[in-house]
Ligand binder design. Structure first.
Ligand code: SOE
Length: 384
């Protein structure tokens, strides 16, 4: 690894939606949080020379290049931030780790189990030399989600019986919507399943502390051909929707639904947990709130209460605004950057690790196997 200063010099690969979200986080994080490392936006890489130059100027990167390998070869870059489509995650992340660079990689970790395993193995090997890696499941860093996890860990919902998770979008309901990369298996790995299903798989495993042990699934592709931007049409090679029931290894049963065809639902991520002592509900469209039902209260006081997660003693909140002044989507990425800088600066392994992300990938794989065979599919534990 290059000489470590209090600066953490970042090279980001990719600059679209996720690249912009990560850039916003890197720009903001040290202005809000007191951290052992200072993020430096050293250089961004992308394939198109004109677009990457424009992105660098707009997003705040000092330099730009069309060659991501040149970022990894530089001594003045400490961390590679992978914000590309899934088909290049493994190649970039493994090369970066081998060169001693810390890595932040967008979700889902990879397009296949084999790639994800290779990435997790490379990460474990690099970790022995103090090189850190993390997968970007940003919703973990929403304060209400962190609070949900705390309440569950503190035993406030008791023994978990039900997990109910949906992630609903509608951006491709129009059959004339073009065949973008997210609809092509060779580039995206899978469709709604890996793109948004991965979030609810990770979130529910994270907040419950239980692993999905087996699934029974179905997937559907409603629109099988779409226009190409260059003219003509092409095959959609991923799922539009994925639904499954699951057993968790701590005894809970669960249902999951991920779809891009929930007309009217733009980014509807909702998780409900029912336990022996209570329930908690998170809904991203009301992301500053957590619903909590405490069955330990006297019966005449029972009912779902709304916790407004804006108090200074709530996770991450003290650094922001006075109580009641809400935060938004981008804050989850700033909190992710905060946690990563804190972990690297204090010599701790950040989470979710590549092994945690491999565990999500194993569930994605089981869902596809189950849907293809029409039968139950076990999910093996990720190797550590
Ligand atoms: C897909 O539309 C997408 O942008 C995902 O890729 C993100 O992970 C999710 O946060 C929002 O939706």
């Amino acid at each position: 690894m290059s000489t470590q200063t209090t600066d953490l010099r970042i090279g980001m690969v990719g600059y679209a939606f996720m690249g912009a979200a990560h850039s916003q986080a890197w720009r903001t994080v040290n202005r809000v949080f007191d951290l052992p490392l200072r993020a430096r936006m050293t250089a961004v890489a992308g394939r198109d020379p004109g677009k990457v130059a424009a992105a660098a100027a707009q997003l705040g990167w000092q330099e730009h290049t069309t060659d991501w390998r040149s970022l990894i070869a530089r001594d003045d870059i400490d961390l590679i931030d992978v914000c590309t489509p899934g088909d290049s995650h493994a190649e970039i992340a493994i090369a970066a780790l081998a060169a001693g660079k810390h890595v932040l990689c967008e979700k889902p970790l990879a397009n296949t189990i084999d790639e994800a395993r290779a990435m997790a193995t490379a990460a474990v090997r690099a970790e022995a030399g103090g090189v850190r890696s993390m997968c970007g499941f940003n919703y973990r860093r929403v304060p209400a989600v962190a609070l949900m996890r705390q309440l569950i860990a503190d035993g406030r919902v008791g023994e978990i019986r039900h997990v109910r998770a949906v992630y609903l979008q509608d951006w491709i309901t129009d059959p004339q919507f073009p065949l973008v990369w997210r609809l092509q298996k060779d580039k995206a790995g899978s469709g709604a399943l890996g793109d948004i299903g991965a979030h609810i798989i990770d979130l529910t495993q994270y907040v419950t502390g239980q692993r999905i042990a087996g699934v029974s699934a179905l997937t559907e592709t409603f629109v099988k051909q779409r226009p190409l931007t260059a003219g003509g049409s092409g095959d959609v090679t991923v799922d539009d929707a994925a639904l499954f029931v699951a057993r968790l290894d701590g005894g809970a049963v669960a249902t999951y639904e991920a779809t891009r065809f929930a007309t009217g639902r733009k980014n509807g991520l909702r998780v409900e947990i029912n336990g022996s002592l209570g329930s908690v509900v998170f809904d991203f469209e009301r992301m500053n709130e957590l619903e909590f039902y405490d069955a330990a209260l006297p019966s005449d006081e029972q009912g779902f209460s709304r916790i407004l997660v804006t108090e200074p003693d709530h996770p991450y909140i003290a650094a922001w605004w006075p109580p009641g002044h809400l935060i938004g989507y981008e804050h989850s990425f700033t909190h992710q950057a905060r946690d990563l800088l804190e972990a690297i600066g204090t010599g701790v392994s950040p989470t979710p690790s590549f092994t945690d992300a491999l565990q999500v990938q194993l569930v994605l794989d089981a869902v596809e196997r189950s849907a293809a065979l029409g039968s139950w599919a076990e999910v093996e534990p990720a190797l550590t």
